[in-house]
Every structure is written in structure tokens, then in C-alpha cells.
Design a protein. Structure first.
Length: 271
């Protein structure tokens, strides 16, 4: 079995299918690790969601911020944005089946020295601890009161983790770190305003993966989310959002040898 990790698709279904053709993906023998943000902004979110759902166990996808935005929008707990491309999903006859499937996706997946998560992990979290915390959010999303979580999930406070956090603030910090974070301080205080390149870090902040002593550094973190960062391969990091949506590339990396495959974004998919 061969595993390929793939960056943010965001509804760029044509590029996704061409990348699968390039790697000669066979769902009977291969497996995909998808970093989240399957949907939104690209033109074919519905096709992407249906296709990945149809792959069954051949695809593992973690939740990204755009996936969570879709779930919140469907329940009336998020406002539609001008660049959203989610109406086709919300109006689809299989809407509920698609949304229920998406809601059951993990926040994080850990296997053989790798940790798949959309954005990143706070520096004080080991991978084992982060997996436990991800499970708290997953239990809430999959439970009968999931609408309460969606109603209280969004927001940037509190900006950092404390072990004594409880309730919605506790789950909100976990969600924010795993699906929204780019920069944080050495103490793990997150900044949610800066979205540019590493050189655009606010004073006192670092890219989350560059914090000295980060406790998850003993694993290879496979992430997306940060298109301005681009493809970044380090001994303990595979950052795979290479900006397909913005007219650059969609990237796959074959694990464990880290061979890179890329396709150019289709013209019709460029935002």
C-alpha cells in the first residue's frame, strides 16, 4: 500500500483529479492523506466532497477551517462570505449525508511517526497530548449536541492554551490551533491576523513550527492551511498548501520517501 499526502484542494476538483492521474492513484491499493479544506473558494466543492466521501477507507482527511465553516453555515452559525462557493453543497439532494460524513472526520490523524493536522500544533503539546485533545472536539462534533459546539466554536479568544480551560473556550482553543494557526509566541499565544509569509510574523511571534523546544518535533507534522508559506519540507514538517487556489500548484508527497508530485492549477479554478 502506498500513501500520498495531498495539500488543500478547496474545491479545485479538476486539479485534484489530474494529480491523482499523475500519481496513478488506485483506491484498491493506495491511500490518500488529505490535509483538510476539501471545500470552498474553488468552483467544484460539491464534486470534491462527493468524490472523497466515495473513496471510503482509501482516504483519510482531517478537518480544516473551511470544512468547519461549511458545517457552521449549514446550521446558521456562520455568515456567508463573498468568496464562498458552498451553495451547491447546501442545495444538494444529498446535503445531509455529505455534511454528516464531513462532521465525522477527525481533527488529527497519527500513524508511524507522522501526524496529519490542518494548521499545526501549539508548542506545549506533544503529539500524544494533541491527539487526546483532538478527541475531545471529535466527540463533541459527533455527539447529539454537535449544534451547540458549532454555535460556540468560532472566535479568537482565548488566544492560548491552559490545562484548566473548560467548556467551549477549551474546545475553541483546540480548534483554533489545529485549523487556523500560523504564528504563535514561544509561550503558545496565537495570532490570527497575519496570513502572509514567514517574514511577515508580528513582533514577538514565530511560525508555529519554528518555536524552539516544540514538543511535537519528534514527529513529522503533515499540514496545509498556509498558502503563503508554500511547499515546505523539513525533517519534521511537510507543509503542503502550495496555493493551487491562487494559480500555483496542487501537491502530493509520497510517504515515507517524500517524493513530490505537482500539477498546475486549472485556469478555471484560479481565484
Amino acid at each position: 500500500m502506498t500513501t500520498y499526502a495531498i495539500g488543500d484542494i478547496q474545491g479545485c476538483f479538476d486539479s485534484f483529479r489530474r494529480l491523482l492521474d499523475l500519481i496513478r492513484f488506485d483506491p484498491a491499493h493506495d491511500r490518500l492523506w488529505l490535509v483538510g479544506d476539501l471545500v470552498n473558494r474553488g468552483p467544484h466543492s460539491l464534486e470534491t466532497l462527493r468524490f472523497v466521501k466515495g473513496l471510503g477507507k482509501a482516504a483519510i482527511t482531517v478537518l480544516g477551517n473551511h470544512d468547519l465553516h461549511l458545517l457552521m453555515l449549514a446550521e446558521g452559525h456562520s455568515k456567508k462570505r463573498g468568496d464562498d462557493t458552498l451553495d451547491e453543497i447546501l442545495e444538494a439532494p444529498d446535503r445531509e449525508a455529505l455534511l454528516d460524513w464531513l462532521r465525522m472526520r477527525p481533527m488529527m490523524h497519527v500513524e508511524e511517526g507522522c501526524a496529519l493536522v490542518h494548521a499545526g500544533l501549539l508548542p506545549q503539546w506533544s503529539v500524544a497530548r494533541a491527539r487526546e485533545l483532538a478527541g475531545e472536539v471529535e466527540s463533541a462534533l459527533r455527539g447529539g449536541q454537535y449544534r451547540d459546539l458549532l454555535a460556540n466554536m468560532w472566535g479568537s479568544e482565548p488566544p492560548s492554551w491552559r490545562d484548566d480551560l473548560t467548556g467551549w473556550p477549551r474546545l475553541r482553543v483546540i480548534v483554533n490551533a489545529m485549523t487556523r494557526m500560523r504564528f504563535c509566541s514561544a509561550e503558545g499565544v496565537m495570532d490570527f491576523k497575519a496570513k502572509g509569509e514567514v517574514t511577515d510574523a508580528p513582533e514577538g511571534y514565530l511560525p508555529w513550527f519554528a518555536v524552539p523546544g516544540r514538543r511535537s518535533a519528534d514527529h513529522t507534522l503533515v499540514t496545509g492551511h498556509w498558502s503563503a508559506l508554500g511547499l515546505k519540507i523539513e525533517p519534521n514538517l511537510l507543509a503542503l498548501d502550495s496555493g493551487c487556489l491562487w494559480g500555483r500548484h496542487l501537491t502530493a508527497v509520497r510517504l515515507p520517501e517524500r517524493r513530490v508530485f505537482q500539477v498546475d492549477c486549472s485556469r478555471e479554478e484560479v481565484t
